[in-house]
Design a protein around this ligand. Sequence first.
Ligand SMILES: O=C(CO)COP(=O)(O)O
Length: 248
Amino acid sequence: MANRKFIVGNWKMNGLRSALGDIGGIAKIAEQNSGVDVAICPPATLIASAAAEFPDVAIGAQDCHQASSGAHTGCLSSDMIKEAGASLSILGHSERRADQHETDADVKAKAEAVRSAGLGAIICVGETEEERDAGSAVSVVCGQLSGSFPEGADGDWLTIAYEPVWAIGTGRVPEASDVEEMHAAIRSKLGELMADGSENVRILYGGSMNGGNAAELLAVPNVDGGLVGGASLSAEKFGPIIEAAAAF
Ligand SMILES: O=C(CO)COP(=O)(O)O
């Protein structure tokens, strides 16, 4: 499984019903590139209609509450996103860690909730610019990974996304050598955290990936795909990334 690239679009807080056509266009490109796994994570309001209209592309959520139900105004449980048609959820994105103050412990609990519902999880980790400048990027990211890591995980449902905070939405991308170092460190940490199957966990790179730099980033050892924000919002921009992944 780890040899199939996984390209995921994170639409963040973008997309009204009028954007469903873009999901249709992406689904078509995904179908034409069947050697690549593709998922789109639109806002929660579009999950049900996207999943119903485009059953051939995986639809994911961008978050999921750790509790199965209860007094959590504005939140969605793993069973709710599953019923709507999601097959996976992004968890612990740096924007949620910053804006909603999500902790590693929260992300771990969310991942366990998602697994109980039979969904896939994409756990996000990544350092800030200050942490990189201080030389602590690898230790920060490995610490986040350990703290966010679900109990007793096996490889089939889990994906890790390395997204340096300073590369998100900025047009700045780390040197390939820095990506290689970080993905190797994550791979090695996964080996410590998992009894077996760690080699099957895909490690995605995210942060200003686009059609122009995808091939280079996807060629880096241990980069098993991409988590794409801005360049996933249209088939025109996302298509070249999927096509770049298909060349591996
Ligand atoms: O945060 C990201 C995906 O989760 C990356 O966003 P950009 O691709 O817009 O930099």
